[in-house]
Ligand binder design. Sequence first.
Ligand SMILES: Nc1ncnc2c1ncn2[C@@H]1O[C@H](COP(=O)(O)OP(=O)(O)O)[C@@H](O)[C@H]1O
Ligand SMILES: [Mg+2]
Length: 366
Amino acid sequence: MRSIQKSQSKAQGAKLEKRKAIGARFVLLRPAGYPLKSIFQEHPVVSDAKLFERYAQEQWYGEKLAPGCYLFDSRLYPDFAFQVIKVYPRSSVIGSQTTIKVEQKEKPKNKVVYDVRFADVIGQETAKRKVKIVEKFLADPEKFGRWAPKNILFYGVSGTGKTMIAKALSAETGVPMLAVKSTSLIGEFVGEGARQIHSLYEKAAEMAPCIIFIDELDAIALDRRYQDLRGDVSEIVNSLLTEMDGISNRKGICTIAATNQIEVLDASVRSRFEEEIEFKLPNMDERLMLLEKNAATLPLEMENVDLKEIARQTAGFSGRDLVEKVLKAALHHAIMDECNITQKHLEETVPLARKEYRQPPKAMFS
Ligand SMILES: Nc1ncnc2c1ncn2[C@@H]1O[C@H](COP(=O)(O)OP(=O)(O)O)[C@@H](O)[C@H]1O
Ligand SMILES: [Mg+2]
């Protein structure tokens, strides 16, 4: 009883103190963020300055102000912090007459940073055709309505241009792409992965039209049979399904996911993709084109090389293998030898690359 009285009188005292305190004329706040942060968390944006002022006056009525101190939102964005940058007069409190301003951060422009074009992608004609539709959709999402392309799956051997096509799509359309490795969506705590997915889609909705590119989808959307290995992935799968279904009716978002192991994907996730596009290993002509195109950008001259012969020897190599394991390795050897790139430099890389390479089944060779 006594302690209640004590705390009541303490509260009354505080109220009196607040009444006595000088009301601030002006406060400038800077959004400082959350004390803890998830990777996609964005700062809330003030939608109406006058409305925010009223909201802030009410929730922080009587708060003591000093430059540098923090005010925490406790309603719409619990625990989002604002730092007091300026206050006039000094050491005053928020009152009903206080003008409260929030520093306006320049809205980041959704700059497209990729400089890849469809023309740079060799082969993969089916994928190029499909992304043309997505390109048309992103240019005019309204037109498609409920017939919009929503979820597309790229699958096939690693290093065959899946990421490249997604980047080219973003570059050609000028539509921003949120690219995530699915492993980065798995959080340390239960529920975190599901939240990450939710905020990824929220962010995309803000930026719409927007492409979401989920790489290595198999890492989170494992077949139920394997999900026991990682108990937390099933919640991620469920959250992904919700977003992909577009229950929340998000418009102008196209999800492209990529995997090297389509056979281990969870069946319900897999069924959400309206199209599965296979990326194949390059054939002889495509390998030659890949070699020629990339060789043209090497910083050393080539001397008497027969790229056709290299293309012949590299059946089963992906585009990435040709770039990283053949051309780059040959260049590095030539630099060590302090001479131009020769046929020998190139040919020497092939058996080494093949040894490292997880040999695909024979049928995939061309
Ligand atoms: N079809 C292709 N055309 C041109 N370059 C390719 C192609 N496939 C792979 N490459 C080269 O290999 C690199 C890796 O390709 P990437 O798109 O990341 O493969 P994936 O996403 O399928 O694993 C590219 O940056 C490019 O240099
Ligand atoms: Mg990739």
